[in-house]
Design a protein around this ligand. Structure first.
Ligand SMILES: *Cc1c(COP(=O)(O)O)cnc(C)c1O
Length: 390
């Protein structure tokens, strides 16, 4: 008999009923160290007092307003994101997928309004941009798209890191290039700084819009507020979600005035996008993460975690091959099956997340404590040893 929940997820036999900082508590009382953070969502861990207060304070004022009216928390959050980034304007969504939808629409409308026939969007193998019909067409893999056709046309997928293919694919019908500065689902694969710079130059040369998907790597996860800052280049359009809501559904598209020029009154909308609750929490997240002290702490914690992970890999070379990633967006490339490592982690009381390329992702809360990092390594070591001894 089918589950009353549509069975699109294969779920681990774990039922978490409470969270405290970097810890999750199972219904049976077991405590798990959470290195997944809801897949890079719970920026400040579980039940953060500042975020909880922001949400409940707003709930007591007003928790839904239509975008037919001005929403103060939304205006504040937009102003702050514009101040903190390359962007001139922001549209709020409830998820990364919705941000992808708008990014695609915005890029195509830009060229339509200029009277140019440019609709093609270039993406890269290993990418993930969401599960909508546009987002699966953007990625284009059989795994994502099989059975869901006809697909939205106008996407070209190129091999990750193939510069010649990129040069050859760009033409006068290219509207935009869409890329994650650090691939998440694809197995924690950072795009080298010089490649992001090269992409920016290529886009400038051909007038192409550059779209960064920072849904997973953004909002302080890599130790800068946005991952592309490491390369010193900025996009024309950027998708964010996950971390900006700290666990509350919130996403956004940030854009330059020029890139956003096609999106005039009536061209797009959302009932819940930019709602008072989400924006109140988004503002509280920025209160904590958008400052040099916090970012320096993230980099310090990341350095400590990475160093310990190198030791873990060296001590368990039959299970692990290497550490990769940036900041607190780290991956363990495995020799054992990554699914087995994640499962052994459950037994050892540590939560990790699998990714493509046989990688186990570590995406802890950005405020994970030193002692929790030490405990995480002990538990990962226990998990690895349990696999070696099998
Ligand atoms: C998770 C993710 C998305 C989709 O976001 P949802 O909030 O699940 O819709 C898009 N892009 C990237 C890079 C992601 O990691």
């Amino acid at each position: 008999m089918i589950d009353t929940i549509l069975p699109t997820y294969t779920r681990a036999p774990l039922t978490f009923v409470k969270g405290e900082g970097s810890w999750l508590i199972e219904a049976d009382g077991r405590r798990f160290l959470d290195l997944g953070a809801g897949i890079a969502v719970n920026t400040l861990g579980h039940a953060h007092p500042g975020l909880t207060k922001a949400l409940t304070d707003q709930a007591q004022q007003v928790w839904h307003l239509s975008n037919l009216y001005h929403i103060p928390a939304q205006q504040t959050l937009a102003d702050r994101l514009v101040d903190l980034t390359f962007a001139d304007t922001v549209f709020f969504t409830n998820s990364g997928t919705e941000a992808c939808e708008l990014a695609v629409k915005m890029a195509r409308k830009y060229w339509f309004d200029k009277g140019e026939h440019r609709s093609e969007i270039i993406t890269f193998s290993g990418a993930f941009h969401g599960r909508s019909t546009a987002a699966i067409a953007a990625v284009g893999t059989e795994k994502m798209t099989k059975g869901f056709g006809p697909l939205l046309p106008g996407f070209t997928q190129l091999p990750f890191g193939d510069h010649d293919a990129l040069q050859a694919a760009v033409s006068d019908t290219t509207a935009a290039i869409l890329i994650e500065p650090v691939q998440g689902e694809g197995g924690i694969r950072p795009v080298p700084d010089q490649c992001l710079k090269g992409l920016r130059e290529l886009c400038d040369k051909h007038g192409i819009l550059l779209i960064f998907d920072e849904v997973q790597c953004g909002v302080a996860r890599t130790g800068k507020l946005f991952a592309h800052e490491w390369a010193g280049v900025s996009p024309d359009i950027m998708m964010i979600a996950k971390g900006i809501g700290g666990g509350f559904p919130l996403g956004a598209v940030l854009a330059t005035e020029d890139a956003a020029s096609g999106m005039t009154a009536g061209t797009h909308g959302s009932t819940y996008g930019g709602n008072p609750l989400g924006c109140a929490v988004g503002n509280a997240v920025l209160d904590h993460v958008a400052n040099d002290d916090f970012l320096a702490d993230v980099n310090r914690r990341a350095g400590a975690l990475r160093q310990k992970l190198e030791g873990l890999v060296a001590g368990n070379s039959d299970v692990f091959e290497s550490v990769r990633g940036m900041g607190l967006m780290l991956g363990l490339k495995c020799r054992a099956a990554n699914a087995d490592v994640v499962k052994a982690g459950y037994e050892a009381g540590v939560i990790t997340v699998p990714a493509a390329d046989n990688v186990v992702r570590l995406l802890p809360a950005l405020n994970i404590t030193e002692s929790d990092i030490a405990e995480a390594i002990l538990r990962l070591d226990t998990a690895a040893k349990s696999i070696s001894s099998e």
